[in-house]
Design a protein around this ligand. Structure first.
Ligand code: THU
Length: 131
């Protein structure tokens, strides 16, 4: 199911700019209308300015005019499948329903399947501001 996402995330990971952490991450996502977008982490000498792979893929999606996540894949060279950071969980929740599948993976091939809701239970969303 996510074979093409895995392939795209693996390839874009090669472009990660991670001279500080040396931790290269690739992300690929599919939108509900079938488009695919990719992103890699882009670090900065001013460390807080760095951005995650997921953030890059989401930015590419939004820039292209798409909004709705259908599937997400994240890959890194880690012992355990890479866990999106807290900020990226919130970013994913902005554009995807709770049941959207997220595959976390290692370059060796271990995969862990989860969902946006599992990654961020009780997420703050726009609904809280409707009153
Ligand atoms: N990183 C990501 O790009 N995505 C994740 O899911 C986890 C962490 C990046 C941020 C930073 O460039 C490096 O990995 C180390 O934290």
């Amino acid at each position: 199911m996510a074979t093409d996402l895995r392939q795209a995330a693996t390839i874009v990971r090669e472009n990660a700019h991670a001279p500080y952490s040396k931790f290269h991450v690739g992300a690929a996502l599919r939108t509900r209308d079938g488009q695919m977008f990719v992103g890699c982490n882009v670090e900065n000498a001013a460390y807080p300015e760095g951005t995650c792979a997921e953030a890059g893929a989401i930015a590419a999606m939004v820039a292209a005019g798409a909004r709705e996540l259908a599937e997400v894949y994240v890959i890194a060279d880690s012992d355990m499948p890479v866990a999106p950071c807290g900020g990226c969980r919130q970013k994913l929740a902005e554009f995807g329903a709770g049941d959207v599948p997220v595959t976390m993976a290692t370059v060796e091939g271990t995969e862990q399947l989860t969902t946006i809701a599992e990654l961020l239970p009780g997420a703050f969303d726009a609904g809280f501001m409707e009153r």
